[in-house]
Design a protein around this ligand. Structure first.
Ligand code: MLT
Length: 305
């Protein structure tokens, strides 16, 4: 199993939990080895490798699967998912099931379960950032993901798309000034060593699907498939509880132990929200039409777009 993040975060917790459960369910017949820290390639490479049967399993951020399975983008449009509850509602409902089917069709991999990592928070090494204008002159790394690139453009900056596996070094060498990821990921990746400021924003909620190559899944017996699905569902439930139990303590540790300074977004994040949600229509085609976004918003008890 490939993990894009270092040990200690939600991906690793998901991987360890799944590995333990599958070993128990199979009576020791199946074991899973974890390879954290992008050892098996960038997160986007692991999608191709799993689809070609070169890799069995990967846990990666949702934004790194969207380029291969564009309809998943409905869950990464800015400010659609606002909380862990929203993330669970979408992934565990009809929309989540549709994403599983679409991703098998479009990318040749099966989403078995989800790790929940929390809102993506903007970090940088230069200064407190409260408003989009404060980004002026900063070079921000984003994943190679059209939606996220476009969100930053709506805030008036041209971000630098870089693979996750190259991000720490780029921050350390000053090639980029900032990036965004959840508190748990900032901690697991030790970004506090190279970033001083965090903006407590929530433009995208990070979820990390556990995927298996569909060829691999179909090669398993029915009983083995059952073990895999059950272990993944239990690991998903655990991941949700893990996020709720850990996030606040990790946020406090980033400030108190690692000296990060947290800035609240100005005006309740209004300017960030207005500018970023203006890009939604640009992605209606790729997510399967405006109706798909409206379906997601309705599932979250919100008004249509
Ligand atoms: C990214 O920023 O590319 C990913 O969200 C990082 C991750 O997998 O945690």
């Amino acid at each position: 199993m490939a993990l894009g993040d270092a040990a200690g975060g939600t991906q690793h917790e998901m991987g360890q939990t799944f590995a333990k459960l599958i070993e128990e369910k199979s009576g020791g017949d199946v074991s899973v080895d974890l390879f954290p820290n992008g050892q098996l390639g960038s997160e986007q490479d692991t999608v191709n490798n799993a689809s070609m049967g070169l890799l069995d399993l990967s846990v990666l951020a949702i934004n790194n699967i969207t380029p291969f399975s564009p309809t998943v983008g409905v869950m990464t449009l800015p400010y659609v998912i606002q909380s862990p509850e929203d993330a669970r509602t979408l992934t565990q409902g009809e929309i989540g099931q549709e994403m599983v089917d679409n991703t098998i069709r479009d990318a040749g991999v099966r989403i078995l379960g989800w790790a929940y990592s929390g809102c993506r928070r903007l970090t940088n090494s230069a200064r407190p950032v409260a408003s989009p204008e404060d980004l002026d002159g900063l070079v921000i790394r984003v994943p190679k993901n059209e939606i996220m690139i476009s969100a930053y453009q709506s805030w008036g900056v041209n971000p630098n798309p870089l693979a996750w596996s190259e991000t720490f070094t780029a921050l350390q060498q000053g090639v980029v000034d900032g990036q965004d990821n959840p508190y748990i990921t900032i901690d697991a990746m030790k970004f506090y060593e190279v970033q001083d400021h965090v903006t407590d924003s929530c433009y995208v909620f990070s979820m990390e699907p556990l995927i298996m190559g569909e060829g691999m899944f179909q090669s398993l017996s029915e009983e083995q498939q059952q073990w895999v699905l059950e272990a993944a569902q239990e690991a998903t439930d655990h991941s949700y509880e893990y996020l709720l139990a850990q996030e606040d303590a990790i946020k406090t540790r980033l400030v108190e132990e690692h000296g990060m300074e947290i800035t609240e977004p100005a005006d309740g994040e209004q300017a960030w929200i207005e500018q970023a949600t203006s890009i939604w229509p640009d992605f209606y085609d790729s997510i399967g039409g405006k109706a798909k976004l409206d379906e997601a918003l309705a599932a979250l008890g919100r008004e249509p777009a």
